[in-house]
Design a protein around this ligand. Structure first.
Ligand SMILES: [Zn+2]
Length: 387
C-alpha cells in the first residue's frame, strides 16, 4: 500500500516501514527509504516529505544572511573587502554559510543510505562547531574590550592626539584579570570546546542514544558560553570609552541584539528537547510544523541577531577612526592576520574533518552490512507488492 512502482520518486513510507534507525520520535509518516539516488534526494526537496521543511528552513536563510552580511562593506570609510580588517568577518561568514548549507544538505541527502545518513549528520555537527569558532574570531576582533582601538590603517592622521572620549585609566581598568584569558586563551579555548562538541555529538549517534537531544543541546551551550565571554565582559563592565562616545549607543544596541540572540537560542533548545508540537499530537505535524523546523527557524533568527550585533560593532569602529590611538598609550589589540583568522579556521576544519572521517569509518563498518540487508528485504517486499 505504500509503494507505487514506476513513479519518479517512490511514495513516502510510515515509520513502521523504514529502519528504526531513521525514525524520529512522534513523526509517523513522510519517510523516505534510505536507498534514494542523489538525483532523487535533490528532487525530494520539492516533495512534501518529513525532511522537506527541515531543508528549506536552513536553505532559504542562506540568502537572507548573505544580504545582511554585505552591509558593512558599503559603509563610508570601510576598507576594501580584502583588507585584513575584514578577515574575521569573512571567517564568520564562512562559518555560518557552511553551517546552513551542511544542515540543509544533511536533511536532503540523508536518505541515500544508512551510512551516508550518519556522515551527513557528522558533517552537520562539525559545521556547527566551526561556526562557533567563526563567531569567536568576530567577537575577538570586533567586540573585544579593546576592539575599538584596533589599528585600522585608516585615520592614522589622528595618531598624534588621543580622542577626548578615550580615557587611559578607563582603558587599563577595562582589562584587569581577564586580560590573560582574552589575549592568549580565548581563541584556543573556543577551538578546544568546538572539538569536544564534535566528539560528543558524533558519539550520540552511536551511543547515549536515549539522551541524544539533551546531550546535543547541552554540548552546544558550552561553546556559546566560552565564545560569548567578550560580550559578557563588555556588558558587565564599563566601556573603555567615556559614555559621551558613540560607542555608548553601540553598546546599548549590542546588548539588545545579544539578548535577542540568547532568547532565540533558548527557544530553539526548548523545541529541540521537548519535541513539541509533535509530542502533543503524533502524526499531525509529520510534514509541516514539527519541532525540528522551529528549531531551525529559531537558530537562524539567533544567528541573524548575532550578525546584526557584529555589524553594529564593525560599523562603530569604521565610522569612528579617531578611536585609533597611538600604540604607546594603551597597548593596542593586534590586528587580524591571515594566520590568526583563516589559519586558525583551517587547522580547526582539518581537525574536525579527521574526527568526522574516523566516525564515518566506524559507521561504515556498523551500518553498511545492516543497510545492504535492509535494502534487500525492502526490495523483495516491493517486488511482492508490485506483482
Ligand atoms: Zn537540522
Amino acid at each position: 500500500m505504500f509503494l507505487n512502482c514506476g513513479q519518479l520518486l517512490p511514495p513516502l513510507l510510515r515509520h513502521a516501514d523504514v529502519p528504526a534507525r531513521i525514525t524520529e520520535s512522534f513523526i509517523l509518516s513522510g519517510y523516505r527509504f534510505p536507498n534514494y539516488s542523489l538525483a532523487q534526494c535533490l528532487l525530494s526537496a520539492f516533495q512534501p516529505t518529513n525532511e522537506t521543511g527541515n531543508f528549506w528552513t536552513h536553505f532559504l536563510p542562506v540568502f537572507i544572511f548573505a544580504f545582511y552580511f554585505l552591509e558593512p562593506f558599503g559603509l563610508e570609510g570601510a576598507p576594501p573587502t580584502s583588507d585584513p580588517f575584514f578577515y574575521p568577518l569573512w571567517n564568520y561568514f564562512m562559518g555560518v554559510l557552511c553551517l546552513l548549507m551542511a544542515s540543509s544538505m544533511a536533511h536532503l541527502l540523508n536518505s541515500m543510505s544508512l551510512v551516508i545518513r550518519e556522515v551527513c549528520f557528522f558533517v552537520d555537527y562539525g559545521t556547527i562547531s566551526a561556526y562557533t569558532v567563526g563567531s569567536s574570531l568576530a567577537y575577538y576582533y570586533y567586540i573585544h574590550p579593546r576592539a575599538g582601538i584596533l589599528e585600522l590603517g585608516i585615520g592614522r592622521h589622528n595618531n598624534t592626539h588621543q580622542d577626548p572620549s578615550l580615557s587611559s585609566s578607563s582603558l587599563s581598568s577595562a582589562m584587569p584579570e581577564f586580560s590573560v584569558f582574552f589575549e592568549t586563551l580565548y581563541i584556543p579555548s573556543s577551538c578546544l570546546v568546538a572539538i569536544i562538541c564534535v566528539l560528543a555529538c558524533c558519539n550520540t549517534r552511536q551511543r547515549w542514544r536515549t539522551y541524544r537531544y539533551i546531550i546535543r543541546t547541552l554540548v552546544f551551550l558550552l561553546p556559546f558560553l566560552v565564545a560569548s565571554t567578550p560580550i559578557f565582559y563588555r556588558l558587565l563592565h564599563s566601556s573603555p570609552y567615556l559614555p559621551t562616545s558613540s560607542s555608548f549607543s553601540s553598546s546599548a544596541s549590542m546588548a539588545q541584539f545579544f539578548c535577542r540572540h540568547c532568547f532565540w537560542l533558548v527557544v530553539s533548545a526548548l523545541f529541540n528537547i521537548s519535541k513539541i508540537p509533535e509530542r502533543l499530537s503524533p502524526g499531525r505535524f509529520d510534514i509541516w510544523g514539527h519541532s525540528h523546523q522551529w528549531f531551525h527557524v529559531c537558530t537562524f533568527l539567533s544567528i541573524l541577531d548575532e550578525l546584526h550585533m557584529i555589524n553594529g560593532e564593525v560599523r562603530a569602529i569604521l565610522l569612528h577612526p579617531v578611536l585609533v590611538v597611538p600604540p604607546a598609550t594603551p597597548p593596542h589589540l593586534p590586528g587580524p592576520t591571515l594566520s590568526s583568522t583563516y589559519g586558525v579556521m583551517l587547522v580547526l576544519q582539518a581537525s574536525i574533518a579527521s574526527i568526522i572521517a574516523w566516525f564515518s569509518w566506524c559507521a561504515n563498518s556498523i551500518y553498511k552490512p545492516q543497510g545492504d540487508q535492509l535494502e534487500k528485504e525492502f526490495l523483495s517486499k516491493r517486488h511482492l507488492k508490485c506483482h
